[in-house]
Design a protein around this ligand. Sequence first.
Ligand code: HOC
Length: 365
Amino acid sequence: MALLNVEDYRQEARRLLPRFVFDYLDGGSEDEVAVKENRAAFEQIRLTPRLLNDVSVRDQSVDWFGRRLPTPIVIAPTGLNGLYRKDGDILLARAAARLGIPFALSTASNNSIEQVANASNGDLWFQLYVMNRDFADQLVDRALAASFSHLVLTVDVPMGGKRERDERNNFIMPFHFRPKTIADVLCHPRWLWNVGRHGAPAMANLATATITDPNTQAALLSRKMDASFDWDDLKRLRDRWPRRLLVKGLLHPADAERAVSLGVDAVVVSNHGGRQLDAAPAPIEVLPGFSAVKAPIVVDSGIRRGSDIVKAMSLGASAVMIGRAALFGLATGGEKGVVDVVGLLQVEIDRTLALMGQRTFNSRS
Ligand code: HOC
């Protein structure tokens, strides 16, 4: 089947992955209302073209702190990327480097900070979960030493969202193979080949991961974060990390303004792809409310089309993050699959700009 859009890649990933893996990737929390709303909110936005402009040449590049990104896309931090391909984090980082866009490595990675830094020459960002403060400090120091350019503190996981698909599939800690899971795996031999040793055991064995300490690993995998982390801790983190700092997971403009007042460089408006608070609003819906925030705003959750990215940019975003879309590409075609998915989003952005009568993201007539 020709893979023409992100949904085609999703369907292909569904075919290739064991059910418990696809559900972990695709699923949200509780009734998955937020997952559905994230899509519905994008679909409800209409773009009104302004025509009779010369759009024979388009340029979708954007400025990011004085640097030119070829397209306003950042590959979002996602946990357990080794579930989709062996060395999934490295493949994502390499794909991003080929595309000239940033890749954010999750604290819950299957390849370590150092491995990813050694394997890629692209722009690397590190996403931080705080399970305990001392350990978080060590991660920050490692990311600094490995030349990661941005730190992305995720703040919307004081505890895990209720992932009922994962519970039904027994994809929970402590992880044990059950007969149903084994049957699921055996029915997907291509996946077994693709993941090698990183796949099925990724929940139970993170030998090459960023976090190897068993207690911290267990806390991370059961999403036992430090729920006492607050604004004072953010201030301390700001003092510790000298490069660009982003806070990810804010949905209220007042929180964004407070973060920026503490020296945070940019904010990611996100509901974690509908995987945390199921009652959360769609980020794209609340995005216009962030117009007074004096910092770049990145938005994620529900992006499946280039036109979604044009919509986000026209509502005030400086860039977007894609999570699941990149992972559908990874699961389907490895590094090339990620490049292809981002490539098709770029082609869709280009076409949308032309149809909108816009040459660039700044030129609106
Ligand atoms: C099992 C890994 O952001 C998600 C991730 C959380 C990663 C930490 C736990 O699943 O939404």
